[in-house]
Ligand binder design. Sequence first.
Ligand SMILES: [Zn+2]
Length: 65
Amino acid sequence: MTLRCECGAHDIEIVDAIYPEDDEGRAVGSAVERYECQACGRTGTYVFGDGIDRTTGCVTTGRPA
Ligand SMILES: [Zn+2]
């Protein structure tokens, strides 16, 4: 899957990420990745895992509006 910004730029940079793990290091729950668009400076997140697949802020997986 390709993530991009609502402004149309594909140049988004990951600035923070959370990958929850259990005590034995296995991935649990949903991961969160925070991105900043290098074109317009807006930020957004991509949340996935545990049945969730969601974007917020400027991050989108859809086509340009
Ligand atoms: Zn942008």
